[in-house]
Design a protein around this ligand. Structure first.
Ligand SMILES: [Zn+2]
Length: 239
């Protein structure tokens, strides 16, 4: 299995690693350790590059399977045993971290106001959308929701990562509302992202360490998605 440095050190941009398997036909390598997020929970996979001596190969796609994290390379596939240095496109990734944390903060604000659970979401660098079960929405609420979200981000809340035993996570009310029960039953350890005092959820993605790093956020649009459901679109102001 690949050691996933992004899971515990979200600010790690590069890593020295070894190719532990390669697939020439598919143009991909399996690494023993990585800083590349393979995607999941609405956050797209990282891009970047791998260097081998003076050679630079673009990492155009990353995905995981039961064996670990695979990296699709452009321009060649180094054989198993090769020492490589992997580096994520940090500008893009950091924007995804800010976007992802903004989305969790929005989950917290919507929960506090309406007790509405999130039902899904997706993001690109700088923009995101979240779906809520939100029957009591008044279009006038958009401005005050945006103000409250920015007030919460300005409060310099810590964003902490913890790993909980599955049984403990299954019994935590704040995690149950974000549907920890939907995680595969084989998962024995649950990674939890805690925006301290605002939002806590099971999540594998990468986040900033402090909400002020997100900067200002705009609620771009609130759309109806059928009876009682709303889709909220947000954007980083400086995206
Ligand atoms: Zn998330």
């Amino acid at each position: 299995m690949t050691e996933r440095l992004y899971s515990t050190d979200q600010y790690a941009r590069s890593v020295d690693a070894t190719v532990v398997d390669h697939d020439v036909d598919d143009g991909r390598v399996l690494l023993d350790r990585t800083v590349f997020y393979p995607g999941g929970g609405g956050q797209p996979p990282d891009t970047g590059e791998v260097t081998i001596g003076d050679d630079r190969l673009a990492v155009v796609r990353v995905a995981e399977d039961a064996r670990g994290v695979w990296h699709w390379l452009e321009g060649g596939v180094p054989p198993t045993g090769t020492a490589v240095r992997g580096e994520v496109d940090w500008e893009r990734r950091y924007r995804l971290m800010r976007t992802h944390t903004a989305m969790h903060a929005l989950c917290g604000v919507v929960w506090e106001r309406y007790a509405s659970p999130v039902t899904g979401g997706n993001m690109e660098p700088g923009v995101g959308r979240l779906d809520f079960e939100l029957p009591d929405w008044d279009p006038e609420d958009k401005v005050s929701l945006e103000e409250e979200l920015n007030r919460q981000l300005d409060a310099a809340r810590r964003v902490e990562i913890a790993f909980l035993p599955r049984e403990e996570a299954d019994q935590d009310p704040s995690l149950i509302r974000t549907k920890v029960s939907l995680l595969p039953s084989s998962l024995t350890r649950v990674r939890v992202v805690d925006i301290v005092g605002l939002d806590r959820q099971a999540d594998g993605g990468t986040h900033v360490a402090d909400t002020t790093e997100v900067g200002r956020v705009r609620i771009a649009k609130v759309e109806s998605k059928g009876r009682g459901f709303r889709r909220i679109r947000l954007a980083l102001v400086d995206q």
